[in-house]
Design a protein around this ligand. Structure first.
Ligand SMILES: Nc1ncnc2c1ncn2[C@@H]1O[C@H](COP(=O)(O)OP(=O)(O)OP(=O)(O)O)[C@@H](O)[C@H]1O
Ligand SMILES: [Mg+2]
Length: 259
């Protein structure tokens, strides 16, 4: 039996603009399981980013709740929420959202030093590993505006995972990247997932989505369907028949939903 990492209960979100209420998420009931790599797909405007923001406690739903370790995120005080984000959750935004007056290195290291129970030396090692891994060595001392969009996005991924969070939320983490950099980011996410960390990733790209063992399809603010696959086998990531077969399975499912 899989354990639940996070649960959305009757989660709803609407916005009011000029007196008109827009329902973005309608009563979503969803369990995210520990150790799963869940991909979220769906048309533009279907509510994917809003769902990720609500699930991670970055945004408050209009109704309903999210439960982390059976604890209400909606009822958490600001300090508890800050602790949840620093110790348990990592977030990659759709736009990199780096701190503009910190270098790429510092953007990863500053949240890294908040990790409880880790020595500064270990944090420094973790940051340096991620800098190498994400190919940021030559630009580590650049400010975000002195770095390319792809470098900023890879830095944002490194920042999200530096504290080995229980759950990594990633909103189109490869959206701004070329194929080689996308594969590097996906490999990193698959690798940390293989060590037991839970991933929830929004993507438009089936080749990214099929890294997950579960794909959700969101439409008009509701989860319309889900597709389950065996966990990604990193040993076979260069095996074309393996990746094509996975992609074909996911594509066939998406076509059945008239994507
Ligand atoms: N702050 C806001 N005020 C009003 N409407 C909003 C707000 N944020 C999002 N929306 C609306 O909510 C809907 C869902 O937005 P969301 O960003 O979650 O979509 P998405 O599925 O992530 O789209 P994309 O694939 O383009 O990133 C859209 O129609 C959007 O216009
Ligand atoms: Mg979005």
């Amino acid at each position: 039996m899989k354990q639940i990492a996070l649960e959305a209960v009757d989660l709803a979100k609407s916005y009011v603009a000029d007196g008109v209420q827009t329902h973005v998420l309608g009563n979503i009931n969803l369990k995210i399981y520990k150790g799963d790599f869940t991909s979220v797909m769906g048309p533009s405007g279907s509510g994917k980013s809003t769902l990720l923001y609500c699930l991670s406690g970055m945004d408050k739903p209009t109704a309903g709740d999210m439960l982390f370790c059976e604890k209400s995120i909606v009822r958490m005080k600001e300090q508890e929420l800050a602790n949840l984000r620093a110790q348990h959750f990592g977030f990659v935004f759709q736009a990199a959202n780096l701190v503009s007056n910190l270098t790429l290195f510092e953007n990863i290291a500053v949240p890294g030093y908040l990790k409880e129970g880790r020595t500064p030396k270990k944090t420094l090692e973790a940051v340096e590993n991620l800098i190498e891994r994400m190919g940021l060595h030559d630009v580590a001392n650049h400010l975000p505006n002195q770095s390319s969009g792809g470098q900023q996005q890879r830095c944002a991924v490194a920042r999200a995972v530096v504290n080995q969070p229980d759950i990594v939320f990633a909103d189109e983490p490869t959206g701004a990247l070329n194929r080689a950099n996308s594969l590097e980011v996906l490999a990193l996410l698959s690798e940390i997932n293989a060590t037991g960390q839970t991933i929830v990733m929004v993507t438009h790209d089936i080749r990214s989505a099929m890294r997950g063992n579960r794909i959700l399809y969101l439409e008009d603010g509701d989860v319309r369907g889900e597709f389950n696959l065996p966990p990604w086998d990193a040993q076979r990531s260069n095996d074309i028949s393996y990746t094509r077969d996975r992609e074909a399975q996911a594509n066939a499912w998406l076509s059945s939903l008239s994507w």
